[in-house]
Design a protein around this ligand. Structure first.
Ligand SMILES: NC(=O)c1ccc[n+]([C@@H]2O[C@H](COP(=O)([O-])OP(=O)(O)OC[C@H]3O[C@@H](n4cnc5c(N)ncnc54)[C@H](OP(=O)(O)O)[C@@H]3O)[C@@H](O)[C@H]2O)c1
Length: 330
């Protein structure tokens, strides 16, 4: 059946300006790292994408290596773009990245100009696009001059293959240098994509200040700590959960008694606020104005529906904030 986007799609989502740029992003953005590969069920991820766009999510985040197998999330997204979202391309902000291993040999990884330019060409082909809206360098490369990597991002924009560029996983000091180089090249850094959640707070030690001062946007990934910051692990490890899969970065060993006790206490606080734990965890990140959007994942539409309500209440009382600090204290 032909997909027609909901006429109400812009009525409830909040849009937040990305740093000092002209771009606004939805408070909630959707990432396709997991659940959109060839190993996943097409009917399910198609439903998730429809629900997302119908709810005002205009930003979809990909990378060359998302799948599995690597590249398959871009292929599947490209198919749905062509079949369902063809008429809506100008309403979408689509991002991709390169920085992790993608093909064999010395040119399929890290941060050389050779790798970044070739990888984006491959991503565009897989998605059937002329350009992406944002192209990121996915992780710092200690062995390539930062100037070369940033010059590659600048080149890609001048070639018309990306409208904006970003960096991901760069620590504060390196981010600061990258932002300066890009500014000098005339291609300002639009956004940084760091890992940030209640359980992973390294960005508070300086990166958020750098981004705030430089007028660069911030889109935290894994804001639900891959599902830990939800109620799903409170009564064991569900068979269909990310932690139950043999591969991946969330392992059963991460779900310790201490973690479960924190999750239980956070969940009680969320209930008092009239939110689910997932909603509170996202709201807690969105309370910081330097954050543009939270980049979530979802393995089914119901999870997305739950997370979408997070921006309804991003106010926290001093008591609530203190209680959260108390729960999170080591
Ligand atoms: N730049 C980078 O290096 C980098 C690295 C990682 C991710 N990312 C980006 O960030 C995106 C999000 O990462 P993520 O998937 O780890 O984010 P996340 O939002 O922290 O975790 C998503 C997972 O949490 C569970 N979940 C989500 N909402 C839920 C809800 N309301 N109730 C119960 N469970 C819920 C689901 O797990 P189950 O599958 O168990 O159901 C879902 O797959 C990625 O898709 C990617 O675009 C970037």
């Amino acid at each position: 059946m032909t997909y027609i986007a909901s006429a109400n799609r812009y009525q409830t989502m909040q849009y937040r300006r990305c740093g000092n740029s002209g771009i606004k992003l939805p408070a909630i953005s959707l990432g396709l790292w997991h659940n959109f590969g060839h190993v996943d069920v097409a009917d399910n991820y198609r439903k998730i994408l429809h629900l997302a766009f119908d709810s005002g999510i205009t930003h979809f985040d990909l990378a060359n290596n998302y799948g599995p197998p690597p590249g398959s999330a871009e292929e599947n997204f490209g198919k749905i773009l062509k079949e369902d979202f063809r008429d809506y391309r100008d309403e979408l902000i689509i991002s991709s990245k390169a920085g992790y291993t993608m093909w064999p040999g010395p040119y399929g990884d890290w941060g050389s100009k050779k790798y970044l330019v070739a990888s984006l060409d491959q991503s565009l082909k897989r998605m059937g696009l002329d350009y992406v809206d944002i192209f990121y360098h996915h992780r710092p490369d200690p062995n390539t001059p930062l100037e070369e990597t940033m010059a590659a991002l600048d080149l890609i924009v001048r070639q018309g293959k990306a409208l904006y560029v970003g960096i991901s996983n760069y620590p504060a000091e390196l981010a600061s240098k990258a932002i300066k180089i890009l500014k000098e090249l005339g291609t300002p850094c639009l956004i940084h994509q760091p890992k940030y959640s209640m359980f992973e707070r390294w960005v508070e030690g300086g990166l958020l200040n750098v981004l705030g001062n430089e007028g660069v946007g911030c889109i935290p990934f894994s804001p639900l700590a891959q599902g830990l910051l939800t109620d799903k692990y409170l009564h064991g490890i569900p068979e269909d959960s990310r932690a139950a899969r043999p591969t991946g970065f969330l392992q059963k060993a991460h779900i310790t008694d201490e973690r479960l006790s924190q999750i239980r206490d956070l969940s009680s606080l969320a209930v008092q606020r009239g939110q689910s734990l997932a909603q509170m965890a996202l709201a807690w990140i969105l309370k910081d104005e330097r954050v543009t959007s939270v980049l979530i994942g979802a393995s089914r539409p119901e999870q997305l529906s739950d997370s979408l309500k997070a921006p309804d209440n991003i106010q926290f009382s001093a008591e609530e904030l203190a209680r959260i600090e108390e729960i999170l204290a080591p």
